[in-house]
Every structure is written in structure tokens, then in C-alpha cells.
Design a protein around this ligand. Structure first.
Ligand SMILES: *Cc1c(COP(=O)(O)O)cnc(C)c1O
Length: 439
């Protein structure tokens, strides 16, 4: 039996309907920007394998570091024990983060990184209330319970992270099980006064505000302005609401700066990282926290402990992969390549705008990410144009995976400029083809 038949017999794939989906392509090898299938066909991974890969596939330096670490210590329980890769990674990450962060909490992926952030924020208010109650300071201590989040947001697939994500087709089957969230639109000049009103009204009951800074990923690669976010954050912070920046996707250079929050003046109190954290080689999540939040958990009262952890919390192999990825990210050649991608993307985006293509809408770019909508059928994740584009791109040796009718690229930073040009050419050819379907 070939791999596709064996797969069909036993595997259930993520985000994939059982019926009417093309059979998954068996990938036997990765090499730099390429994914290589059984027949030896090579595909440029123009979306970094769901936004995780930074330095290319099967990177020899990261592989070597993981191998060496696996021979020393592969895993150890992280309660009551510690290890150098976890400590060193926290030491190196903290000074890089936008803001004054004091502690790193490790988990397994992006969903757990946001889940941890939400739980910490809620427990922060719980701990404070319990504390003042015991000290007899406040007869009716506030346990803030509501969360504030954006429409079109995506923060993960576990119940907490689903709850703070926009209600969408992803969450449809679970709506009655999701906790209450105050949803607002991302800020624009026009709606900012209204958003501020909502926060003024609800503010003192809101525990935390979670947001994807500047670029909303799975909700459709939507952009909004840093100065508007700043204005919103000022109002939010005035009400002592804990600000959680979900940089699971935007982190590690995607937006042209190391973190998207670095475009802002107002910094978050908690930041969530995953995806590019290990260069896309191993699953790892980080929730970084400022000291004022940590302090609410430092207590003689054992009930104020953060009772949360995962079997593989701070896995030494994953931490080592993250350290190796940071080494590569800090190289001048990587920074230069990110700049080159941003430059070429800018030119490509301008070219698309000038092309006045009848089906193109909302052409936009932030850093290494370019996105646009194809106006054909509904504006939805279920738009079947996505599969058409993927197929046409694969034929041209490029891997794209549109979010419905939203097409985007998010290449690994190791991509050569000639390879990036191939991606652009493929997109232009595909656009020409779908405009005149008879071709
Ligand atoms: C992908 C993503 C997540 C979830 O991460 P997983 O590792 O897939 O669980 C959370 N937030 C954002 C912004 C993401 O893009």
C-alpha cells in the first residue's frame, strides 16, 4: 500500500473535511525552503508550514543541536527540577521582548500559551480578591471575570483559547460551552470613540484584553494600525485591565520587527509565543509575564499557586531548538534576508495594486506577510477557491494554502530572492488563469 492509502486508513487530519478533500501529499524530506514529495517533486513552502518555519526545513544546525541535547537529557519533570536549556532560553528571550517582562512560563503550543495567559489573568484577580478578603480590607472584593477580545481574532483551539476567539465556523459546534467575552472591532479612526465608550462602560469588570497586535492571522490576515492600537491600549490600561499580546504568529520577525508589539508605544503585560519560537522544528509555547502579575502569585497562601502544567513543560529538546533558532535569527545574514523579503514584498504589493486585476481586493502587506482577497464567491473560509489555488500553485512548485478566498504568503526567512520571485510569478499566473477560466 502506498502512503496515501495507508494514511486514509488510519489518519484524521486537522482542519480537513473527510469528504471532498484532495488526498494529502506525502512529504518525504524537507530541505531549506523546499518540501519534497515521494516522486522527488519540490515545493517552495511559501506559508512556512502553517507559519512556524523560520530558517528552512531540516536545518542542519538546529538538527545537530537537538541531536546533541537528546544524547544528554531528552526530558525531565519541570516541577521540582530545572535544566539549563529552559533557563538559558528564558534569559535570552526576556531582554528581547517588547516590554519589561520578568518571568517565562513554558507550555506546549500556541493554544496553551494563550490558555495559560487567560488563566493567569483570571487568577490574578481571584488571588487579589482572596487576599483582601482574608486581610479584611475589602468586604466585596472584585473578582474580574470578563475578557475583552477582538472580532476576527484567533487564539487557538482549546476551550479557553476558543472562547476568546471570534465566534466563527471553527467554533460553531461549541458556542454554548464557550465563556462570555466582550468582543469589539479592531480599531479604526472612525470607530475608536465607540470602542473607548465600551471599555469605559465595561472596563472595571474586565480581567484581561487579548489581542493579536497589528495582524490577525487565522481570522483572515487582517491588518490594523499601531497608533490606533496604542490609543486603545491607553484606555484599556486606565482600567487596570491586563493586556495580553498574542504574538504566536507575529513573533520572531514576521512583521518586519522582532515582535509586532515593538511597533507600539504601549506594551502588554503578558505576551504569548509559539510557532516560530523553535524555528518551527518542535512544539513549544511561552507565556511571558511582567512582575506585577507574578507578584499576585507570590504568597504564603498555597491556594494562590498557579496550578497548571503539562507533561512536556519546558521540554529540553524544544528549548534547545529554540536556542538554536535564536542563534540563527541573530545572524546578520538573517536580518538582511528579512529586510530583502520586506523590500521585495513591498514592490510585489505595489505591482499587484497597479495591475488593477478585476478579482483582487484589499491588497495589503506587513513585513514578510502579503495578503489579498479574491472576489469570487463568498468571503468565507469555506470558499472553494482556496483548494483551486493550492492545486494550481502546487503544479508550479509552490505551496500556498489560502484562508478561504484570502490568499497570503508568509515565507521562511531563508528563502532566496529568486525563489521568492517564483512564488510571485506563480501567484500572478494563477490570478490570470482564474480571471479567464477557459485558459
Ligand atoms: C496559530 C495560532 C495560535 C494557536 O497556536 P497552536 O500552536 O496552533 O495551538 C494562537 N494564536 C495565534 C495568533 C495563532 O496564529
Amino acid at each position: 500500500m502506498n502512503l496515501q492509502d495507508r494514511d486514509k486508513a488510519v489518519i484524521w487530519h486537522p482542519f480537513t473535511p473527510f469528504k471532498h478533500s484532495p488526498a494529502p501529499i506525502p512529504i518525504v524530506r524537507g530541505e531549506g525552503v523546499y518540501l519534497i514529495d515521494e516522486q522527488g517533486r519540490r515545493y517552495i513552502d511559501a506559508i512556512s508550514s502553517w507559519w512556524v518555519n523560520l530558517h528552512g526545513h531540516a536545518h542542519p544546525y538546529i538538527a545537530e543541536r537537538i541531536y546533541r541535547q537528546a544524547n544528554i537529557l531528552e526530558q525531565v519533570i519541570f516541577a521540582g527540577f530545572t535544566h539549563e536549556p529552559a533557563i538559558e532560553l528564558a534569559e535570552r528571550l526576556l531582554p528581547k521582548l517588547p516590554g519589561d517582562f520578568s518571568k517565562i512560563f513554558y507550555s506546549d503550543n500556541g493554544s496553551t500559551a494563550t490558555e495559560v495567559a487567560i488563566k493567569m489573568a483570571l487568577q490574578f484577580w481571584w488571588n487579589r480578591a482572596v487576599g483582601s478578603q482574608k486581610a479584611g480590607i475589602d468586604s466585596q472584593p472584585t473578582k474580574r471575570k470578563k475578557i475583552l477580545a477582538f472580532n476576527d481574532s484567533y487564539h487557538g483551539d482549546t476551550f479557553g483559547s476558543m472562547s476568546v476567539s471570534d465566534r466563527s465556523i471553527f467554533t460553531l459546534a461549541f458556542h454554548d460551552k464557550l465563556f462570555e467575552v466582550v468582543f469589539i472591532n479592531t480599531p479604526s479612526r472612525e470607530n475608536l470613540p465607540l470602542l473607548k465608550q465600551v471599555i469605559e462602560k465595561e472596563g472595571d469588570g474586565i480581567a484581561a484584553f487579548i489581542y493579536e497586535p497589528l495582524l490577525q492571522g487565522a481570522g483572515g490576515m487582517k491588518l490594523y494600525e499601531a497608533d490606533l492600537l496604542d490609543e486603545l491600549l491607553v484606555t484599556v490600561k486606565k482600567h487596570n485591565i491586563i493586556c495580553i499580546a498574542d504574538e504566536v504568529m507575529t513573533g520572531f520577525g514576521r512583521t518586519g520587527k522582532l515582535f509586532a508589539s515593538a511597533y507600539c508605544k504601549v506594551q502588554p503585560d503578558i505576551i504569548c509565543l509559539s510557532k516560530g519560537l523553535t524555528g518551527g522544528t518542535m512544539a513549544l509555547g511561552v507565556t511571558a509575564v511582567v512582575s506585577s502579575i507574578v507578584d499576585a502569585f507570590v504568597s504564603d497562601d498555597k491556594l494562590k499557586t498557579f496550578f497548571h502544567g503539562h507533561s512536556f513543560t519546558a521540554n529540553p529538546l524544544a528549548c534547545t531548538a529554540a536556542l538554536a533558532s535564536l542563534d540563527l535569527l541573530e545572524k546578520e545574514s538573517c536580518e538582511a534576508n528579512i529586510e530583502n523579503i520586506v523590500q521585495l514584498n513591498t514592490e510585489f504589493t505595489e505591482g499587484l495594486r497597479k495591475s488593477k486585476h478585476a478579482l483582487l481586493k484589499n491588497i495589503r502587506q506587513l513585513g514578510t506577510v502579503v495578503a489579498f482577497e479574491i472576489e469570487q464567491g463568498e468571503n468565507s473560509y469555506l470558499n472553494s477557491i482556496a483548494a483551486v489555488i493550492t492545486e494550481k500553485a502546487l503544479k508550479r512548485g509552490v505551496y500556498l494554502r489560502p484562508l478561504g478566498n484570502t490568499v497570503y504568503i508568509m515565507p521562511p526567512y531563508c528563502i532566496g530572492m529568486d525563489q521568492l520571485e517564483l512564488v510571485y510569478t506563480a501567484i500572478k499566473e494563477i490570478l490570470a488563469e482564474i480571471q479567464t477560466p477557459s485558459l
